[in-house]
Ligand binder design. Structure first.
Ligand code: FAD
Length: 409
C-alpha cells in the first residue's frame, strides 16, 4: 500500500513548462520549491542577452524573496529613489513620489530596476543549480495531447515528453494557447516601443534622474530609469504609429527615425537616442482577456494567458505572480485539473484588472488635445504639490498585493 502511494506521488510530480522566459523560469523555480520535478522547454537555442531593462515592482519581488533570490537581484539591479511624471517636451515635473525605503515600508518589499539579461541569467543559473539539466534549449513545443493519466508535449522534432501537468509560458504567440483555444492573432495596438540602454558616462548633464520617470506627450510617451547600480540608463519610448508591426526585441531601427518620433522633446530623451549604440523597436500587441486559461492538465500563464501593454510595467510581474500561484495551487493537490481551475480562479480577476489598467494608461500618457492634457495633467500637478502620496496610493492595489501570503495554506 505504501509503495503504491509512493509511486502515485512520484508520478504526480513531473511538470513540463513550455517557454523559458521570465514567467517559465520563475514557474520552474516555484514548482521545484513546492516539490515538483520540472522540465523547461525553450525554443530559443540560447538565452541570448536581451538589451533592455525591466521594472520589478514589490508584488513581483515578494516571489523572489520567497525563492531566496532577492539579494542576488538587488546586487545587479538598481533601487530607484522615486516615481516621477514629467511633461515630455518641457520636462516639467508633474509628480514625484518617493520609492526606496518607502516601497519597503508601504508595500513590504523593494522596487527594483534590472537588466533583463541579468534577471534571465539569475533565474537560469538558479534553476541549473537547484534542478540540473531542467532547462532544454532549442526545444519548441508545437502542441499537446492528454488523457486521464497525464499530458504529453509534442515537440517540433516529433519527440514527445510526458508529465502530470503542462504549463504554457510561451508568450503572446503561444502554441499551447493555440492548441487549447484554437488559432487566433493578437491585435496590433497602433503603438511601437523604441528601446535603448546607454552607459550614463556618455550622458553628462542629460543623465536621467535616479527614478522611474514617465514622460507624457501627444500620442507618445517615454519611460526612463537606471540599471546595474545606476551605470546604465534605460529608455522605453512609445509612439502611436500604424505603419510597422514586427514584434521583436532585436529589430533595429535608425537613430534618425527615433529622433524624428521625439523631435522637440526634452534633451534627456533625445540625448539617450543620440548616444545609444543600438535602437530597437517592438510593435505592441494586445488581446482581449481570455475566459479560459486551463484545459484539464494544461494551464496558461504570463503573456500566453494575459498579454498586456507595458504602460503599468506589470506584464512580467503578473507572470511572476502567476508562477507562484500555480505552484501553490498544485502543491499537495493530487487533482491536477482541479488545482489548475483553482489557479485560474485565484488569478483571473487580478490579471484582467491589470490588463485593463495598462490599456487605460495609454490614454492617460498620450493625451493629444489641450483640454485633455489640462484635465489629466492638471490634477496630477496639483496632487504633486499638495499630496504626493496620492501617487503611491493609486499603486497600493498593484504593488501591495502579496501572492505568497495569499496562497499560504
Ligand atoms: P515571454 O517573455 O514572451 O517568454 C516566452 C518564452 O517562450 C520565450 O523565451 C520564447 O522564446 C518561448 N517560446 C515561445 N514559443 C515557444 C514554443 N512554441 N516552445 C517553446 N518555447 C517557446 N513587464 C514588467 O513587469 N515590467 C516592465 O518594466 C516591463 N516593461 C516592458 C517594456 C516593453 C517595451 C514591453 C514590450 C514589455 C514590458 N513588460 C514589462 C512586459 C514583459 O516583458 C512581459 O509581460 C513578460 O516578458 C512576459 O513573460 P512571459 O514569460 O510570459 O513571456
Amino acid at each position: 500500500m505504501r509503495i503504491a502511494k509512493r509511486e502515485h506521488e512520484d508520478k504526480m510530480r513531473e511538470a513540463l513548462i513550455a517557454g523559458g522566459g521570465i514567467g517559465g523560469l520563475t514557474a520552474a523555480l516555484c514548482l521545484h520549491a513546492h516539490g515538483w520535478d520540472v522540465t523547461v522547454l525553450e525554443k530559443a537555442p540560447d538565452l541570448a542577452e536581451v538589451g533592455a531593462g525591466l521594472q520589478l515592482s514589490p508584488n513581483a519581488m515578494k516571489v523572489f524573496e520567497a525563492l531566496g533570490l532577492d539579494g542576488t537581484l538587488a546586487a545587479t539591479g538598481f533601487t530607484p529613489d522615486g516615481i516621477e511624471i514629467r511633461m515630455g517636451e518641457s520636462g516639467m515635473r508633474l509628480l514625484h513620489a518617493p520609492l526606496g525605503k518607502t516601497s519597503v515600508d508601504r508595500w513590504g518589499s523593494p522596487y527594483l530596476h534590472i537588466h533583463r539579461a541579468d534577471l534571465l541569467d539569475c533565474l537560469a543559473q538558479q534553476l541549473d543549480s537547484r534542478a540540473p539539466g531542467a532547462l532544454r534549449l532549442g526545444t519548441a513545443v508545437t502542441r499537446y495531447e492528454q488523457d486521464g493519466a497525464g499530458v504529453t508535449a509534442v515537440l517540433e522534432t516529433g519527440e514527445t515528453l510526458s508529465g502530470d501537468v503542462l504549463i504554457g509560458a510561451d508568450g503572446i504567440h503561444s502554441a499551447i494557447r493555440a492548441c487549447m483555444l484554437g488559432p487566433d492573432k493578437p491585435a496590433f495596438t497602433g503603438n511601437v516601443a523604441w528601446r535603448a540602454v546607454v552607459p550614463v558616462d556618455r550622458l553628462g548633464a542629460d543623465t536621467p534622474p535616479p527614478v522611474a520617470c514617465a514622460w507624457m506627450g501627444r500620442g507618445k510617451h517615454a519611460v526612463t530609469y537606471r540599471l546595474r547600480g545606476g551605470a546604465l540608463a534605460n529608455l522605453v519610448a512609445v509612439v502611436e504609429r500604424d505603419d510597422w508591426t514586427t514584434e521583436s526585441w532585436t529589430e533595429a531601427g535608425t537613430r534618425e527615425e527615433a529622433l524624428a518620433d521625439f523631435t522637440g522633446w526634452h534633451p534627456i530623451i533625445t540625448r539617450l537616442i543620440e548616444e545609444a549604440d543600438g535602437l530597437f523597436r517592438w510593435a505592441l500587441f494586445d488581446r482581449p482577456p481570455l475566459t479560459t486559461w486551463t484545459d484539464g492538465r494544461v494551464a496558461l500563464m504570463g503573456d500566453a494567458a494575459h498579454p498586456m501593454l507595458p504602460f503599468m510595467a506589470q506584464g512580467a510581474a503578473m507572470a511572476i505572480e502567476d508562477a507562484w500561484a500555480l505552484a501553490a495551487c498544485l502543491c499537495g493537490d493530487t487533482d491536477v485539473p482541479g488545482a489548475l481551475t483553482a489557479y485560474q480562479a485565484r488569478r483571473h480577476a487580478r490579471a484582467t484588472a491589470v490588463q485593463a489598467g495598462s490599456r487605460a494608461n495609454a490614454k492617460t500618457f498620450h493625451q493629444r488635445t489641450a483640454f485633455g492634457r489640462l484635465k489629466t495633467y492638471g490634477p496630477m500637478w496639483l496632487a504633486g504639490r499638495i499630496a504626493p502620496s496620492i501617487g503611491l496610493m493609486r499603486q497600493d492595489w498593484v504593488y501591495g498585493y502579496d501572492v505568497v501570503a495569499d496562497t499560504r495554506p
